[in-house]
Design a binder for this molecule. Structure first.
Ligand code: PGA
Length: 250
């Protein structure tokens, strides 16, 4: 049985004071949450501020990116060791914004994924097609290609990863995919993983949907077959919208 996850991707939002306020509100409201694993991914600058507030709670800490080396002359980069040191458990890798604006490729996604697995962190690896690719009927081809290249040769730890299917046209646009469409692509991702790593591993991997998830539509995704949760952007920036997404089953 795969445990559902709702992860909040705060992107480049929140000063330390704002981050503290949001996390305090989430801890108070969600402290009894048992059914769903809740993850918050603040910007790097707020990780050490919120880590002590989350210690001993059911809410886990994640980062939004990582470098694959342990240390070195990589100005501006943050290593897996540094994230472990701060108490992170999750790391988002290969978000479409990193791919579009920061030259992330399937190859760097693969390096980062293998590096964080070696440090015992859980990667949340993002894949998803653009509108042009969808309209050209290339969704299957493109997304399975991202999975095959980005998640190649992960070894035994492959079963611990999380995949987020985030169609680019649905991110921040207010136009989410339907539960049916998302479930179809996630089913295809799982079949691809089964071919790569075997059926057992593929069935253990948790798959999230992301792209304009809101309190009004979260149930649709959470109850669609094979979808194990959501990666939430805009709606994770306020407790009033994030908490109802976590409590979709209410
Ligand atoms: P959104 O972002 O919920 O604001 O569409 C999702 C994401 O980019 O992870």
């Amino acid at each position: 049985m795969r445990r559902p996850i709702i992860a909040g991707n705060w992107k480049m939002y929140k000063t330390t004071a704002e981050a503290r306020a949001l996390v305090s509100a989430l801890v108070t409201t969600l402290q009894d949450e048992e059914r769903v694993e809740v993850v918050v991914c603040p910007p790097f600058t707020a990780l050490s501020t919120v880590a002590p507030l989350l210690a001993g709670t059911r809410i886990a800490l994640g980062a939004q990116d990582v470098h694959w080396e342990d240390e070195g002359a990589f100005t501006g980069a943050v290593s897996p060791r540094m994230l472990v040191d701060l108490g992170c458990r999750y790391v988002i890798i290969g978000h479409s914004e990193r791919r579009a604006y920061f030259a992330e490729t399937d190859e760097t996604v693969n390096r980062k994924t293998r590096a964080v697995l070696a440090h015992g962190l859980v990667p949340i690896v993002c894949v998803g097609e653009s509108l042009a690719q969808r309209e050209a009927g290339q969704t299957r081809f493109f997304v399975t290609g991202q999975v095959r290249a980005g998640l190649a040769a992960l070894g035994e730890k492959a079963r611990t990863i999380v995949i987020a299917y985030e169609p680019i046209w649905a991110i921040g646009t207010g136009h989410s995919a339907t539960g049916k469409d998302a479930a179809e692509v996630i089913g295809l991702i799982r079949e691809t993983l089964a071919e790569m790593d075997g059926r057992d591993t593929a069935e253990a991997i948790r798959s999230l949907y992301g792209g304009s998830v809101k309190p009004e539509n979260s149930k649709e995704f959470m109850t669609s077959p094979g979808i194990d949760g959501a990666l939430v952007g805009g709606a994770s920036l306020k407790a009033e919208s994030f908490v109802p997404i976590v409590r979709y089953y209410a």
